[in-house]
Design a protein. Structure first.
Length: 230
């Protein structure tokens, strides 16, 4: 007797969350994503259909295979995946689960998806991302991108968040989350410094410079004295 999984017939596509790296075609005319797990070698678009990464002749998601797209139910759980070093520059995706799917305790494995929203974290310098810039790696025909600010991305291939959304198409929305506005100078508590704070910082730096100069002068006097004795 062959057991069958219970069938679900939702009135609306389920929502899931995942992370992926943004990619830009080498000619700069298309944008998409590449995954962080088994299917990472195959970039996909906003609206995409899964295929078996092992080349087997079945439709994902097959019960006896682990092919298909993957996502989790909880947004915070997906965002937590970006804490690892290799995933720091990945985007957080909100996706609609389409077609056949298998439900698990923490998420779905499914046949088709639509990426609705992509959220970029801050630039490596801490500023709010304004661009997606060349990350220094990629896939054949595709450049991987990473969130960045205008200053850090200078000289590298880059697109604005709005331009990436336009190239990806299908109504994708791309937004930035986290970081401080570009040009803001974070103080000890992460707040922008005002005139009194800047004056105090300048006074402290001057005091340190005076101390270093006095130490250099003492070392110079010792050196001169030793030479006279010789």
């Amino acid at each position: 007797m062959r057991l069958r999984l219970p069938a679900e017939r939702p009135t609306e596509p389920p929502t899931g969350y995942k992370i992926a790296h943004p990619v830009l075609s080498v000619d700069g005319t298309r944008a998409g994503f590449t995954g962080v797990s088994l299917g990472g070698a195959l970039p996909y678009g906003v609206l995409a259909e899964a295929s078996c990464v092992y080349g087997r002749r079945h439709r994902p998601p097959a019960r006896l295979c682990d092919c298909g797209f993957h996502c989790v139910h909880d947004r915070a759980a997906a965002d937590a995946l970006r804490c690892t070093a290799e995933h720091r520059t990945a985007l957080l995706l909100d996706v609609s689960v389409l077609g056949a799917y298998i439900r698990f305790e923490r998420g779905f494995r499914y046949a088709r998806q639509r990426v609705r929203t992509a959220t970029a974290g801050p630039c490596a310098c801490g500023a709010t991302a304004a661009l997606l810039a060349d990350a220094g790696w990629g896939r054949p025909g595709w450049r991987a991108l990473a969130p960045g600010c205008a200053g850090c991305a200078r000289g590298r291939t880059s697109v604005t968040l709005a331009e990436f959304a336009r190239l990806a198409g299908e109504g994708l929305r791309v937004r930035a989350d986290g970081g401080v506005p570009a040009g803001a100078a974070p103080g000890p508590a992460g707040a922008e410094l005002g005139v009194p704070e800047l004056v105090a910082e300048a006074a402290l730096l001057q005091a340190r410079l005076d101390w270093f100069q006095s130490q250099l002068a003492r070392l110079g006097d010792r050196g001169t004295g030793s030479a006279d004795k010789g």
